[in-house]
Design a protein around this ligand. Structure first.
Ligand SMILES: Cc1cc2nc3c(=O)[nH]c(=O)nc-3n(C[C@H](O)[C@H](O)[C@H](O)COP(=O)(O)O)c2cc1C
Length: 200
């Protein structure tokens, strides 16, 4: 007698983000859409003034995607306040073995965004989380390439976006939005395979 194949539970992805002026929020929503398209239950958690309900959503997630604008070459002050407050989880190893990933947005093409993504990886490692990288080759790096390529800014650690300093949230580059969607799909797909709760 054959038993039906187990249907894995939908993975739960939480996006812990800050956005001072709404640009990074557009990317958070794109990560959400990508993860949802891959079958995840997704929660957007604005970490600026995070509530008990927000903390509970993060605690219950299989994967937490960190997102922040790059301010002065690192994550924003509000994100750092949140990161320091995660120390309570760190003491109890509450996030051990969850998946983690990250995205950032800034005004310059580079703007030292790599440092923000690296900061997220260290935060994740301190919590014993497993980092999910972007998983894309760099775009826009050949004579035949286009600025509309996925991963047009060529990051490997996570999704990097650039928004012109004189444009509002509607100016977030469509290729960067698509790259953030890709990250959401990748995190949800990885959670289906590896996250303890999703595989249970
Ligand atoms: C205090 C401050 C510091 C900034 N530092 C950087 C930086 O280091 N590199 C950069 O490229 N852009 C920098 N910017 C520009 C922001 O990253 C950019 O405006 C971004 O789109 C803001 O995203 P948000 O609307 O989600 O806050 C800075 C902006 C502010 C307000």
């Amino acid at each position: 007698m054959t038993t039906p194949a187990a249907t894995p539970a939908a993975p739960v992805v939480a996006i812990a983000y800050h956005s001072g002026f709404g640009h990074t929020a557009v990317l958070a929503e794109a990560v959400r859409d990508g993860a949802a398209a891959e079958g995840a239950a997704v929660h957007l958690v604005d970490v600026d003034g995070i509530t008990d309900e927000g903390w509970a959503l993060l605690d219950a997630a299989d994967a937490i995607v960190f997102g922040s604008p790059t301010y002065m070459g690192t994550a924003s002050g509000a994100f750092h306040v949140f990161a320091e407050a995660t120390s309570k989880r760190w003491y109890g190893r509450a996030w051990q073995d969850k998946l983690a990933a990250g995205f950032t947005n800034s005004g310059s093409k580079s703007g030292d965004k790599l440092h923000t993504l690296q900061y997220f990886t260290v935060l994740a490692a301190q919590h014993g989380m497993h980092w999910v990288n972007l998983g894309l080759l760099p775009g826009w790096n050949a004579s035949t390439a286009s600025e509309n390529d996925l991963n047009r800014l060529g990051f490997f650690l996570g999704a990097g976006a650039q928004t012109n300093s004189d444009e509002g949230p509607e100016g977030v580059h469509k290729a960067d939005v698509a790259t953030a969607e890709h990250l959401g799909r990748r995190v949800a797909g990885t959670a289906k395979r590896y996250a303890p709760a999703a595989a249970a």
